[in-house]
Design a protein around this ligand. Structure first.
Ligand code: MTE
Ligand code: HPA
Ligand code: MOS
Length: 773
């Protein structure tokens, strides 16, 4: 296994090769599901959504809808031949509401018509018989009432009560953390095509083809082997298509089964935002005990997470929040608790970071509060509390923090961002008490890589070498824009020492590689890259003796290089060896399987080693706020991210930039707003503000930590990158706090909720001024 690290002269891995679809993306030629030509007889579908946030459904009258133009079929829960359950982890989470209407926008059924407009019109012409109830919309109210979708999770390490008692000081805080809509460019979509003998092919925009396959089979009342799910690409997923693409795929398949015709179901942006889950907004509360010089001795932290109406992935999301509440800091005694509050709002789900961001922002809020209230330098407080480099300190969940790069990334970023000089300049600027205040902050991120459900940490790949020396590559990972396909192709190209264009990237397909995990937890290239590496290596190892025979040399003398196979100064084309191997009746096809080593987790005690390794990063952000309007901008951001030995630095830089800006959106401008009836009023770009190109910091210096191969044996010693840099945007929020703090007396910690919209910044400025008066 070590061999690829030492001996191979890397030709393809580590190069900034363009995304395989880059040209097609910008030319508008990449085919998304909605771009696929309609098969003859194709019907278009729309979801029927609950008009109330809480109620009991005693009847659905579809007569009026059925009589509208073009309607071919209407399905509700009563039409489900199999099971009305699409829960990703637990059970009892219906595809279509039966009696209980749990949120406004909850799917109740679906309509298929000859055109999309007709389907949407008919979906609005359903007459319901509903006894409405008072909705619970607030997590704190749900918590008071004891309404949860899951039992609480509790991580205990040491004796936190004793630690707090002995602390010099106990600081208390509360933070309101906003949710976030995924706002993928391509809304949720599926195209279901019925075949013979009850077969169903589903083109689904999903991060989890296997789950779609299993749930379609379950809903239709058949076996998984009759369902074929294919995913060429998504127009973004960001976690929103990890579990919830099943709703769309199952509804489309149900209509296809009922009509015997192909059915395409795509959601309008407003329907997508109303009917599908988001990042969990949370309220976090803490009591943190510190010494006079700012060392944390214990922390008691509680999260109230908005699960929405069902559990979905809330359990592991809360687990990740809890396991990232330490962020970079050694907390000797801890009690971290998470409640999955049940509300009459859409069921929240995975979103880039998966609970990690809520944990990290809480951690950083505590650190910032400690520094401000003790009037210490925040970076000094951070460094003081960092996990020591290789001191064997463990996280509160007992995982040792090994190969720790916290000090390295912090020192490098403070230096390259010219911290000292800019800190002095900004303090000087603010001293005069201007309307426009500036703020500066640095923060680190430590993020754990692996699914926190150990069983998900596996992957499969299928590699075929054809007789002309071209290679077909398939694996369980899905492409959502993150560049997974090109990275895995680079791995295979490297093994065979072929040019990247010899490797054919193919759509994810449950019939080729089965029983896959979602492409999530940033593990796509770690898992699928290693599975493909193993498959390709096995084929190469079978071809090598054939080459050795041909050249009459020992196999050790055979070298694959530049599309050829060499023995000393003689060589043949790779294609020639492929043909020879075939003639010698050697298999040129292999299914590789990989399972992440070393990990284990006890969900009850919340102890173990949930993560194969940690990845590290740091950022410095500078902001300006207008203290009269609350308007704010990030003026400059400097980022340093650990990617191990990057498989593809061009793709990784794109991931870092994109994640950071998406994190800025979460923390500053993306605000979800429900009215008192439980209707989400921010269901499109006019009311829900995602960052635009002009919100990208005008000075944006992003780099990848150099010369830092993963100490663990990952594929070519790379590290995951998809999610961790999102959390570096917490630096922007900290810089906003810094600017707000300059409006108040020293020793006061700002109250700045997220998202830090102009309104929230203004509230925080008013609040700190009032407390300073
Ligand atoms: N990048 C793009 N362009 N589009 C996406 O949808 N999803 C993110 C991240 N980067 C996403 C993205 C999320 S939530 C995850 S978990 C990872 O990509 C998944 O892909 P990976 O495991 O291959 O990094
Ligand atoms: N990330 C994403 N999806 C998951 C995880 C995780 O950590 N655990 C279970 N599903
Ligand atoms: Mo990413 S939230 O793990 O899909």
């Amino acid at each position: 296994m070590n061999e690829h690290v030492k001996s191979v002269q890397r030709a393809i891995v580590g190069k900034g090769i363009a995304h395989d679809s880059a040209i097609k993306h910008v030319a508008g030629e990449a085919v998304y599901i909605d771009d696929m030509p309609d098969l003859p007889g194709t019907l278009h579908a729309a979801l029927i959504l609950s008009p109330v946030a809480a109620g009991t459904l005693s009847g659905i009258d579809t007569a009026r809808a059925a009589a509208t133009d073009g309607v071919v079929a209407i399905v509700t829960a009563a039409d489900i031949p199999g099971h009305n359950d699409i829960a990703p982890i637990l059970s009892g989470e219906p595809l279509f509401a039966e009696r209980d209407l749990d949120y406004l926008g909850m799917p109740v059924g679906a309509v298929a018509a000859t055109s999309y407009e007709q389907a949407v019109r008919a979906a609005h012409a359903i007459d319901f018989d509903i006894a409405e109830n008072e909705p619970v919309l607030d997590v704190e109210e749900a918590h008071r009432r004891g309404d949860y979708v899951l039992d609480p999770q509790e991580l205990i390490s040491g004796d936190v009560d004793a630690a707090l008692q002995e602390a010099d000081l106990i600081l208390e805080g509360r933070l309101q953390i906003g949710g976030q809509d995924h706002f993928y460019l391509e809304t949720q979509i599926a195209y279901a095509v019925p075949g013979e003998d009850g077969d169903m092919t589903v083109h689904s925009s999903t991060q989890h083809p296997t789950e779609v396959q299993h749930h379609v089979a379950h809903v239709l009342g058949g076996y998984a082997n009759a369902v074929d799910v294919q995913v060429r690409r998504m127009g973004g997923g960001f976690g929103g298509k990890e579990s919830q693409a099943t709703i769309i795929a199952c509804a489309a398949a149900l209509l296809a089964r009922k009509t015997g015709r192909p059915v395409k179901l795509r959601l309008k942006r407003s329907a997508d935002m109303a009917a599908t889950g988001k990042r969990h907004d949370m309220v976090s509360r803490w009591r943190v005990g510190v010494t006079k010089n700012g060392r944390i001795v214990g922390a008691d932290v509680e999260y109230l997470a908005r699960a929405g109406n069902t559990a979905d992935l809330t359990g592991p999301v809360i687990t990740r929040a809890i396991t990232h509440t330490d962020n970079a800091y050694h907390i000797p005694a801890a009690r971290f608790v998470g409640h999955a509050c049940k509300t009459n709002t859409v069921s929240n789900t995975a979103f880039r970071g998966f609970g990690g961001p809520q944990g990290v922002v809480t951690s950083e809020a505590m650190i910032d509060q400690i520094a401000r209230e003790l009037q210490l330098d925040p970076n000094h407080v951070r460094a003081l509390n960092y996990y020591g480099p290789d001191t064997g300190e463990t996280t509160p969940y007992d995982q040792p923090v090994e190969h720790n790069r916290l000090v390295e990334v912090t020192e490098a970023i403070l230096h390259s961002a010219q911290w000292q000089q800019r800190r002095a300049e900004i303090d000087e600027h603010n001293k005069a008490g201007p309307v426009i205040r500036r703020g500066l902050a640095m923060m680190p991120v430590k993020f754990g890589i692996s699914f926190n459900l150990p069983s998900l940490n596996q992957a499969g790949a299928l590699v075929h070498v054809y007789q002309d020396g071209s290679v077909h590559l398939n694996h369980g990972g899905t492409e959502m824009g993150q560049g997974l396909f090109v990275k895995v192709a680079q791995v295979v190209a490297e093994v065979f020492q072929l040019d990247i264009d010899r490797i054919k990237i193919t759509a994810t397909h449950t019939g080729k590689v089965p029983n896959t995990s979602p492409t999530a937890a940033s593990t796509g290239s770690d898992l699928n890259g290693m599975a493909a590496f193993k498959a390709a290596t096995a084929i190469r190892d079978r071809m090598t003796p054939i080459a050795a025979q041909h050249f009459e040399v020992p196999p050790e003398d055979i070298v694959f290089r530049e599309n050829r196979v060499h023995a000393g100064n003689r060589s043949i084309a790779f294609a020639e060896l492929a043909k020879m191997s075939w003639a010698a009746r050697v298999s040129l096809s292999e299914a590789g399987h990989y399972a992440t080593p070393k990990i284990h987790w006890d969900g009850k005690s919340m102890k173990g080693r949930p993560f194969f390794y940690f990845t590290y990063g740091a950022a410095v952000a500078e902001v300006a706020i207008d203290t009269l309007t609350g308007e704010n901008r990030c003026l400059r951001a400097d980022i340093l991210q650990d990617c191990g030995a990057s498989l593809n630095p061009a793709v990784d830089l794109g991931q870092i930039e994109g994640a950071f800006v998406q994190g800025m959106g979460w923390l500053t401008c993306e605000e979800l707003w429900w009215d008192k009836s439980g209707r989400l009023r921010t269901v499109g770009p006019s009311t829900y503000k995602i960052p635009g190109s002009r919100d990208v910091p005008p000075a944006f210096n992003v780099s990848i930590l150099d010369g830092a191969p993963n100490a663990e044996e990952t594929v070519f010693r790379s590290k995951a990158v998809g999610e961790p840099p999102l959390m570096l945007a917490v630096s922007v929020w900290l810089a906003l706090r810094d600017a707000v703090a300059s409006c108040g007396k020293p020793g006061l910690s700002p109250n700045l909720r997220t998202p830090a919209t102009p309104e929230a910044v203004l509230d925080a400025v008013d609040d700190i001024r009032a407390r300073s008066a």
